[in-house]
Design a protein around this ligand. Sequence first.
Ligand SMILES: [Zn+2]
Length: 612
Amino acid sequence: TNLDNSTDTTNTTTNLDNSTATTIAMNSSYTTGGVNESSTTSIMNSTTTAASSNGSITGTTQGPIFVPAPSYNSTKEPTKPPLPEELREVFSRPNQNEGKEFWMKKGQDELTKSLQMTLNTNKAKNVILFLGDGLGIPTIVASRIYKGQLQKVSGEEQELYFETFPYVGLSKTYCVDKQVPDSASTGTAYLTGVKANFQTLGVDSSVQLGNCSTVTEESKVTSIAQWALDAGMRAGIVSSTRITHATPAASYAHSSHRDYECDEMIPAEMKQLCPHIKDIARQLIEDEPGKRFHVILGGGYQCFNGNVSNSTGDPVDEQDCQRQDGRDLFQQWQDDKKAEGKTFSAVRTKSDLLSDKVNDSEYLLGLFANSHLPYEFEKLKMGLDMPSLEDMTKRAIQVLQQGDEGFFLLVEGGRIDHAHHEGTARKALEETLAFEDAVRAGVQMVDTEETLVVVTADHSHVMTINGYPLRGQSIIGLGDMGTDNLPYTTLMYTNGKGFKYKSLNSTHGGRWNISYDEVTDMEYEQLSAVPLDDETHGGEDVSIYAIGPMSHLFHGVHEQNYIAHVMGYAACIGANQDHCAEGNTASQTNNISSGLLLSLVILNYLTCLLFR
Ligand SMILES: [Zn+2]
């Protein structure tokens, strides 16, 4: 059974070219949801399973046994109207004629562009790492389609800004002790060049999770932010999460557990075992290299000063660290800078961040929320005086560019990951587009002849893109029909909060009929196969996009820790600087140059064959 056999696909495809957003009738059961599920004209043309009018699956006596979940049980009958029309929206292609000539020209144009590529072997004066937390390849693809569809075109043919970068590689994200990693172990890998154990920060694999006594001076690893400062460059970190959260913390902290963001989360027995143990927030303000960072922008004020209160759009996060020791680290940072005679600004709002008084500051600290910054769409909806990731990125680069010594900057789009953990795919796509805005704004402020820009993720998620929606079919809508005659969305999770079923009796259940769900809602939890409160990370490789000096060194399948090595090499900081002393970076890349040349010759040859 496949799409081509469906009796209904003919009228859908003929509609495609005629309007910008065509409503399609996929089949009768699709349009009427649970009301008419006995219909057999589903798009899958399933004959293996018949569904009765109440949605129960007949002919299944050995069905799976479900543990009842309170929010989805048999007493909850659909009360909403049938599927809204817009859920089956299909956006038209920007190029109506995608015939032979179209694709031949497109292929040749791309080839011409590739043949014109030259290597940039300059020394990188600046390095910017844009890290999309949880930004796996399925999320990138879905976001690119979503981006197009927001502009009322089909979307598949669109590209995110960083997808236009010339060099792409893959990053193997596993950490030392887990197949599927977390953000602390991965942050340690791509920022320090050394892989670590799950949930540990800035230490090598000799450190056991949550055992502070295993953190020794020898176990500590330094990040590229430290290498940059030691070489006289400036350094900064920007995140939409708490600035003590795993990703930014990997640039400055050393901890046997990522959760030790402030004193409250360090267990009493660890404080006893390691009397000098320092939480992550204190490490940022008091220790190397954090105390020398020129830019620190993000959330997490409650980890720096426990005297906080709830306000609209900015709740105190009771689940996470809230400072207990009476310290005011936000003030302490300012006192330290004053004592050092530095020019500085410490800000709490977007208005202050963008105000003129920040212009001449050599150092900038901004903590804009008690915990994480809200999702971008929430900031807009609530009209909060909080900066976007783009606002923070632009201000960071402006401050870092004041000196002529060059800089390293880490920018984390940290809430793509959170949206996925909540099982809400559309929010993840929105956050990805906000991340894209930050990348675009950042790159437009620098010269890629002298600035290496790397865009990557720490790990993926278990969201997937189901088959077989039509070209241009809404990426956040329904995708197709199951053999149970019920629809499923194009985006789904293999685990997480979206495990929904319908109880048939005390021991048997069937899949939840999502026809009545508001599947395009920002907070909609797409179906998942396995119930979990927190959707998990995914274990497949993530992509690395690069432009600027030495960006061609991202060219294949790499271990994640390799990223730090390339960034350091490009900027002549860290472990490998021999090529810099010689003042001849090109000699180091001859092999690569000839390799590329050979590839081009082969490509040329293949092109000739093609047009013989
Ligand atoms: Zn995560």
